[in-house]
Design a protein around this ligand. Structure first.
Ligand code: ATP
Ligand code: MG
Length: 492
């Protein structure tokens, strides 16, 4: 039955549709993979739709697993080299009934009609089906035309479709960004009128679309569209606060423009997600910390790094990012100012930054800084300066920068000084680290053990004071300053 089509369809996939067809069923490739084939791009995954029931599908293939309430059966191709071919998903034709809560269909029902299945899909370019044998495309909503005009257009009445499932508005922006398409006029108008419906959507679903926007080649463009449509207010309202917030004389762009230019650079460099988000958020604390300095006749943004760190934690937690990513991103935001004046940086300051941001994040911090700089419209750093940064970090990393790298550990402290398990051990270790950060050559067993004996004689209170001072003196001072600023400006 195999006939050559113009498309490059792997045999693992055509075998699936042909097996179904030989057994007397209809079977088509559908959705994203058809769209990507038409663009000449390799699909990320392959979806098949059919009028066979899940039981009938399972009976036709030696190895399958039956997935979810939507009746999707995955055909397993264990030996496929290409990972995207290991599971080919087959979903029976479906139609969706009413959405009374605007986010979940009240019921999913099967249909034996491909037209009903295509009708329920979100956008015309996602609503085409391809017969792998004849090469024919079923295109009821002019998806091919919209591909040519590069348009994301809702299937049917956009107002109704976004009321059924408000996530589709985010998806419209996501596809427009990924594909570099525009959103068709009526579809765009419908989004602008009902962005607020996004408020009802599960944050995890919003996050996943947001991540796809950020990971695209032009996330800055996606962010602009999110803002212009009003959707951004329901994704990350804080980042919008920077819009039109003029900065000091060093900057040619307002906070918003600077942030998305930094984000663009992170994508141009193909940096991973955490760096991209840190580049976007690094100045999110600026609008809340902006003050006018009359003497300088300019704006200041004292403490925007600390405010930005707190805001990032809140924003990312709201979108249900994993705790580990929240930690990393907020640290990158917190310390993004660090590498701004290399001439004044001492090696012990670099060791402290490595301790604060974590040795595993320090190179990423540099990358965030590059994005910051390019986002300001400044030229790239000279190779000389870059080498200087790199060699300083390299050198700093050779010295102990975490308590784990000290030549004594908690067990040894208990053994030689008779300390009991508890917070005193941590205070002693931090006090030791503080000294070693200034003077790495003091990281010897002899010196530290002698020091432990002295510290161990101190009262709880004194020890706590020294240990906590070690943790971060500067930080607590800054926090105080920020509280003052906030009091003054009545922001919480
Ligand atoms: P990608 O290549 O990024 O996976 P995709 O088009 O395959 O893009 P998916 O989210 O995997 O996107 O969805 C697969 C298909 O299911 C879409 O092409 C679309 O036809 C349909 N679809 C997915 N989500 C919705 C939705 N919320 N409303 C209507 N149809 C949807
Ligand atoms: Mg997909």
């Amino acid at each position: 039955m195999t006939k050559k089509t113009n498309f490059n369809i792997p045999k693992e996939v055509s075998r699936v549709t042909e097996t179904l067809q030989k057994a007397g069923f209809e079977a088509f490739l559908v959705g994203g993979c058809v769209r990507d084939l038409l663009r000449g791009k390799k699909p990320k995954d392959w979806d098949v739709t059919t009028n066979a029931t899940p039981d009938q599908i399972v009976n036709l293939f030696p190895k399958t697993f039956y997935e979810n309430k939507f009746g999707t059966v995955s055909v397993v191709n264990e030996d496929a080299e290409d990972e995207t071919l290991r599971n080919v998903e087959i979903t029976p034709y479906r139609m969706e009934a009413k959405y009374s809560d605007k986010r979940h269909p009240d019921s999913v029902s099967f249909t034996n009609n491909i037209e009903d299945d295509l009708k329920r899909r979100d956008f015309t370019v996602n609503a085409m089906a391809l017969d792998t044998v004849s090469g024919k495309i079923i295109d009821l909503f002019d998806g091919q035309k919209d591909m040519k005009s590069k348009l994301i257009k809702a299937v049917g009445n956009p107002v109704d479709r976004f009321s059924e499932d408000a996530l589709r508005m985010m998806r419209a922006v996501r596809f427009a960004t990924e594909l570099d398409f525009d959103i068709e006029k009526e579809t765009l108008k419908a989004i602008k009128g009902r962005a607020i419906l996004l408020d009802k959507i599960a944050k995890e679903r919003i996050r996943d679309e947001f991540i796809k926007i950020i990971m695209s080649n032009r996330p800055d463009r996606g962010m602009e569209v999110l803002r212009e449509t009003g959707l951004l207010k329901f994704v990350m309202p804080e980042i919008e606060e920077g819009f039109n917030i003029e900065q000091n004389k060093d900057h040619i762009y307002d906070v918003w423009t600077h942030s998305i230019k930094a984000l663009k650079h992170s994508a141009d460099k193909d940096f991973p997600l955490n760096i991209r988000i840190a580049a976007l958020l690094h100045d999110v604390g600026k609008p809340k910390s902006r003050r006018r300095d009359e003497k300088k006749n300019d704006y200041t943004f004292y403490g925007h790094d600390v405010i930005g760190e707190k805001m990032s934690v809140k924003m990312l937690a709201r979108l249900k990012f994993p705790k580990k990513d929240i930690d990393t991103i907020s640290k990158l935001v917190r310390y993004h100012l660090f590498f701004s004046d290399v001439e004044q940086i001492t090696l012990s300051a670099v060791r402290r930054i490595v301790r604060n941001v974590g040795p595993e994040n320090v190179w990423d911090l540099m990358k965030v800084r590059f994005c910051d700089r390019i986002g300001m419209g400044r030229p790239k750093e000279t190779p000389y300066r870059l080498r200087k940064y790199e060699s300083m970090i390299d050198e700093a990393m050779r010295a102990p920068v975490t308590v784990g790298m000290l030549k004594v550990n908690g067990a040894r402290i208990m053994e030689i000084a008779g300390e009991k398990p508890g917070p005193r051990i941590g205070f002693i270790l931090h006090a030791l680290l503080e000294e070693v950060l200034d003077n790495p050559e003091l990281n010897t067993k002899e010196y530290l053990e002698e020091k432990v004996m002295k510290l161990s004689k101190l009262t709880d209170e004194k020890l706590k004071k020294i240990g906590e001072k070690g943790k971060d003196t500067k930080e607590s001072k800054e926090r105080k300053e920020i509280e003052e600023i906030r009091k003054k400006w009545w922001v919480k």
